[in-house]
Design a protein around this ligand. Structure first.
Ligand SMILES: [Zn+2]
Length: 616
């Protein structure tokens, strides 16, 4: 939730319940994390510490010994050791998922004090930490392939580019005798040599006259009209007979029956009724939820923004999918909230974040992807999501009594993302990076970089690292004096960068990590945090260590709003039914606020203070 959009929609009379809370309670902008990315921001809230204390600095981290990038929130490991037996590898010990966030979560401390709690879909909690209460993991939870979500798109269009696209796979199929035979792609089969993905066959029978198809998957059969979504379909991947089967769920969408066959299949989600990896505490809780409300998306980022970016789903189709996600969350909220009588109840809604990312271009005529026709049709989609969140607040407000404290908060606000800044290209142009004379054929990150003549590099959405001796594999910058001088030099130059298109500053703030991070992990992240101006963000390719030709580019992706910027420009919101005393509360104040409400002493290492107490 963005404070400016909240005020706008309240003024337009679209959010009566927030309007009531603003009048009777209090409202502040909530200072977000450095950098203002969700995994970092929610880790600040969860632990009451900044990235120096919890060790999550960005969506993407790197291993300085190999320079390989990896997702920061969690790692899913295949079984390490196996016995080779023909084409089968028998695992010794099963695969596992590892939580990479450090520091105790606030609900672990509540558990220690016997305070009941339910924590629903909080980001940066996969696999969920051991807890006595009910928790369901959210952002950071992978799909069955171990990715953040990989859709499949089956088509007989010979013009479609087959293969992997970001967040999905385009799969060519043939329509023969009005039938399409295809395979669902499951997890990599670590039981087999070379770990090929496990697959399960399905058959689509297309009606020659009507725009209708019948789909057979394992023992399920269902009919879809063109433009229709299926319910959740169960699929079981056979990894090794009788031993290692893995269950998933997915949804089918028949985009077109003919003349072209086009079938979208959602990422295959971990089946909440029989999860292959832990997604809840107690482990039976996700099954219990399906008994109450039916199956649901378990992948962390459930909105299929990648399918819209790849133009596999259009705006209307994506919107239907995104509305289904919110409908699932609302029905789980409606099932769980009435059970709450004491302690802490936390519930996270993802809709405002993901849909602000995708629909900013339809509320802002200045955006390069603004389209007046689409805006006339879907320009109100974002405000409708805000209205739905207002309806949820309308269910909560009547239940409050004098002993109950309500906090409504977001981890960051939102801004337009008009133009990309390619940090690595800028570093190259300014002599901080040197490339090898002969380009490498490898498509690994930084494959062409001559590390013996490179002093700094960009990785992730806001990170800039020095190539430091003793830390990076081939580091050349001497620690301390030389490193400090170089950081200050780069910081000054970045703050002077102007966009040649309009002469506005692209970067309004650069923080030196050692000045803003405290705690045992303070030195493990980037050395500089680059804070972009509203309208700017690091480009899609530079994030993963690539060097596009131009420093500046228009953002032509439907992902058109963002918040990975100067953290002072994208604050979140904090509303309460009680008087907030703090003038400028921060995410790191929320855990101490919760503890103060229950008289639990604030653990050592936590930075903040209760937002209700005066004198800080
Ligand atoms: Zn976001």
């Amino acid at each position: 939730m963005d404070p400016q959009l909240l005020k706008k929609f309240v003024a337009e009379g679209k959010m009566p319940n927030f309007s009531a809370l603003l009048q009777k309670g209090s409202f502040r902008e909530l200072t977000t994390s450095i950098p203002p990315q969700s995994p970092v921001a929610w880790s600040n809230l969860i632990t009451g510490m900044n990235a120096g204390g919890h060790g999550i600095f960005d969506f993407i981290h790197r291993d300085p010994r190999t320079m390989e990038p990896y997702f920061s929130a969690s790692q899913v490991q295949p079984p390490k050791h196996g016995i080779h037996l023909g084409s089968w590898v028998i695992p010794l010990g099963s695969g596992s998922a590892e939580q990479l966030r450090h520091g105790k979560a606030f609900w672990e401390i509540l558990d220690e004090h016997g305070i009941p709690n339910t924590v629903f879909r909080i980001p940066a909690n996969f696999p969920p930490v051991k807890a006595r209460g009910y928790t369901l993991s959210g952002m950071g939870t992978p799909d069955l392939r171990g990715s953040y979500g990989t859709f499949s798109f089956y088509t007989d269009d010979p013009m479609a580019a087959a293969g992997a696209v970001e967040g999905g796979e385009i799969i060519p199929v043939q329509l023969e005798d009005w039938q399409v035979k295809a395979k669902l792609i499951g997890p990599d089969n670590t039981f087999r040599k070379g770990s090929p993905p496990a697959t399960e066959a399905f058959i689509v029978s297309v009606d020659p006259l009507e725009a209708v198809a019948k789909i057979d998957v394992q023992d399920q059969e269902f009919v879809l009209r063109e433009g229709e979504w299926s319910d959740w379909i169960h699929v079981e991947f056979q990894l090794i007979p009788f031993i290692g089967n893995v269950k998933g769920i997915c949804r089918f969408y028949l985009k077109q029956a003919h003349p072209r066959f086009q079938l979208y299949v959602s990422p295959i989600n971990i089946d909440p009724a029989d999860p292959a990896l832990p997604i809840s505490t107690p482990t039976s809780y996700s099954r219990q939820l399906t008994e109450e409300t039916g199956e649901f998306y378990t992948q962390g980022i459930s909105e299929d923004t990648k399918a819209l970016s790849a133009r596999v789903l259009d705006d209307k189709e994506y919107l239907e999918q995104a509305r289904t996600v919110l409908a699932e969350h609302r029905s789980m909220f409606d099932a769980e909230f009435p059970k709450f009588h004491k302690g802490v109840f936390f519930f996270y809604f993802s809709s405002l974040d993901l849909n602000s990312h995708m629909f900013w271009r339809l509320i802002d005529p200045r955006h390069p992807e603004y389209d007046a026709t689409l805006a006339a049709e879907y320009g109100s989609a974002l405000s409708q999501f805000y209205q739905q969140v207002d309806e949820v607040l309308g269910e909560v407000l009547p239940k409050l009594d004098d002993h109950t404290t309500l906090l409504v908060l977001s981890d960051h606000g939102f801004a337009p993302y008009y133009r990309s800044f390619n940090l690595n290209t800028w570093l190259l142009n300014n002599g901080y990076v040197t490339l090898k004379n002969e380009p490498s054929s490898s498509n690994e990150a930084f494959a062409n970089v001559d590390w013996s003549r490179t002093r700094a590099y960009g990785l992730g959405l806001n990170g800039l690292y020095l190539n430091l001796r003793g830390r990076e594999r081939e580091g050349i910058v001497e620690p301390r004096a030389q490193a400090d001088a170089l950081l200050r030099e780069i910081k000054e130059k970045l703050l002077a960068v102007r966009d040649p298109q309009n002469n506005s500053p692209a970067i309004t703030r650069v923080d030196i990590a050692s000045e803003v991070y405290q705690g045992p992990y303070a030195r493990q992240g980037p050395d500089l945090l680059v804070g972009y101006n509203r309208g700017y963000r690091s480009g899609w390719q530079t994030i993963l260590g690539e060097f596009p030709a131009d420093v500046f580019e228009d953002n032509s992706n439907p992902w058109s709003g963002d918040h990975c910027m100067d953290y002072t420009l994208v604050p979140g919101v904090l509303l309460s039914n009680r008087a907030i005393a703090a003038d400028s509360p921060a995410l790191t104040d929320i855990a101490p606020t919760i503890f103060a409400e229950f008289g639990v002493p604030k653990p050592a290492g936590m930075m903040g203070h209760s937002v209700f107490s005066t004198g800080h």
